[in-house]
Design a protein around this ligand. Structure first.
Ligand SMILES: NC(=O)C1=CN([C@@H]2O[C@H](COP(=O)(O)OP(=O)(O)OC[C@H]3O[C@@H](n4cnc5c(N)ncnc54)[C@H](O)[C@@H]3O)[C@@H](O)[C@H]2O)C=CC1
Ligand SMILES: O=C(O)[C@@H]1CCC=N1
Length: 289
């Protein structure tokens, strides 16, 4: 994996939505799909200063001027040509949108955040027109708070400007890394694209375990949530790596050692985490199209 933004180089995430109104303009976009992922990115982009853009989604009603919202690709204003088309619909539902986009924008920079769908499959559906360049990205929903993590892959034909445009959009909502093989986007999906769900599951399970140990549910929920937040902040902020931070909590012969003996057994978290990430990557490859 290559990284133009290493963890140390871009340690601080983009500011949360609403705090960077005077930031330089991001490129203009045509965002197709403003659901959980497209909508999360859009909130950050709007806060950061997006060049006049158009959003296509039946399920979104309003957008601040000068941006425009339309319900279908056929309704995109005739005077509008985006710097980047961002495709954030479900991978299994992208083909009709791709075919409509191809008629309107035969030459375009397409930034796909869809899990699995390969560049080859997207270009095959887009048609034989010359000039389509597809960059793939795998963001995650913490983009909503400017704390996203995105992996990007650009094919050799992508120009520096196309790469810069795509990277600037993801950098506006969090941290970015470039990978140097398209298949590694599936690996990114298994780790950080789906990753927030693993952490939310941990919060659910810690809450349940706390209740089993006699805590009121709301108390257990707060303990779990704030523990994950605090540990995440330490990981993000301190130069210390995760293993060292874990050891710092673990007194010899103490309570944490007792818990970790259960969690770190070969057939417990080490095996379950590897199998879970592998399952996500396998599913991404099934969706490749
Ligand atoms: N949810 C997540 O955490 C992540 C999702 N992704 C990717 O983002 C994409 C979207 O996922 P979600 O946001 O979770 O799904 P979603 O179902 O919340 O959003 C999809 C949106 O696309 C809209 N849509 C569907 N067909 C359309 C069309 N032809 N034209 C315009 N809009 C259309 C729907 O109205 C909906 O609002 C997927 O490809 C997924 O793989 C990537 C990273 C993380
Ligand atoms: O579950 C999914 O397929 C998408 C991609 C990564 C996160 N959500």
């Amino acid at each position: 994996m290559t990284s133009t933004h290493t963890a140390t180089a871009t340690r601080e995430p983009a500011a949360p939505a609403g705090t960077h109104a005077a930031a330089p303009l991001l490129p203009s976009i045509l965002l197709v799909g403003s659901g959980k992922m497209g909508g999360a990115m859009l909130e950050g982009w709007l806060a950061q200063g997006l060049a006049p853009s158009v959003i296509v989604d039946r399920h979104r009603d309003s957008l601040p001027a000068p941006h425009r919202i339309v319900r279908a690709i056929a309704d995109i204003p005739a005077d509008f040509t985006p710097d980047v088309i961002v495709l954030a619909v479900k991978p299994q539902k992208a083909d009709p949108a791709l075919q409509d986009l191809a008629k309107r924008f035969p030459a375009a920079t397409l930034l796909s955040v869809m899990a699995g769908r390969s560049i080859a499959s997207l270009k095959a559906v887009y048609g034989g027109e010359k000039g389509l360049v597809v960059v793939r990205a795998m963001p995650n929903t913490p983009c909503l708070l400017g704390a996203g993590m995105s992996g990007l892959y650009a094919p050799p034909e992508a120009t520096p400007e196309q790469k810069r445009h795509c990277e600037s959009l993801l950098r506006a909502v969090g941290e970015t890394v470039w990978v140097d093989a398209e298949g590694l986007i599936d690996s990114v999906t298994g780790v950080s694209g789906s990753g927030p769900a693993y952490v939310f599951l941990l919060a659910e399970l810690l809450t349940k375990a706390g209740v089993e140990q006699g805590l009121p549910e709301e108390t257990a929920r707060i303990l779990a949530r704030e523990t994950i937040y605090g540990a995440g902040r330490m990981l993000h902020t301190l130069p210390t790596d995760a293993a060292e931070l874990r050891r710092n909590v673990t007194s010899p012969g103490g309570t944490t050692a007792a818990a970790l003996a259960v969690l770190m057994a070969d057939d417990a978290w080490p095996a379950a985490t590897s199998a879970a990430v592998a399952a996500a990557v396998t599913r991404a490859k099934e969706l490749s199209g």
